[in-house]
Design a protein around this ligand. Sequence first.
Ligand code: ASP
Length: 243
Amino acid sequence: ATTKNTVRDFAVVMTQIVLWVIRFAPFGIMGLVADAVGTNGTDAIISYLHLLAVLLGAFFSVALIMNPIIVWLHIRRNPFPLVIATLRESGIYAFFTRSSAANIPVNMQLCKRLGLNPDVYSISIPLGATINMDGTALYQGVCALFVAQAFNVPLTLQMQIGIVVTATLGSIGTAGVPGGGLIMLTMVLTSVGLPIEGLALVAGIDAILDAARTCLNVVGDTAVCAVVAVSEGEELLGGREQG
Ligand code: ASP
């Protein structure tokens, strides 16, 4: 019982410390942005806009081109009703919560309405929310390039392959909570030898990047779940109705 109480008290203390860090984070981030803009001038803002444009372009390409192609290849019918339904429902919720984990019930409801088998979606949606983070992998890869350019580090082929591998592994290891991908970005940067200070550059606009990448993370989960369900002989009822 004493050990149990100690562990519980430790958990309470840790939770409190994490809450303090979360509350103070916006001030720290504002300081980092002020420092980055103060040191690099308004060029920093232009670079941020550039980063934002590249990432949003990549996110939209995956959501509206790559995902529909994957769905079409497996289901052989118009994938857009399904893709639009996922973007309209889970996508919007994920954008505002910035958490794949919080989105699990919303995604499951959607799968239920699409007529998918609960045996399939009750496994694939929680699993996907934890490991299937294409938005996060994309974000970590692009941010690593951004940091390399900002610090004028030439990227060898070996480093580029390292970024692809660590960003993929990093996204699998990222927790489905707001800002999880930013923390794992430290691993991507250090493992390929990029300066960890680069994190400060992207931390300033992480909230908006997080909203967008979480949206992509969850819509991919539903698309893959539908593909798995159909490969198991399911009929995608709701998707057709919604189309
Ligand atoms: N917020 C993201 C998610 O929950 C994880 C990340 O920060 O990349 O999917």
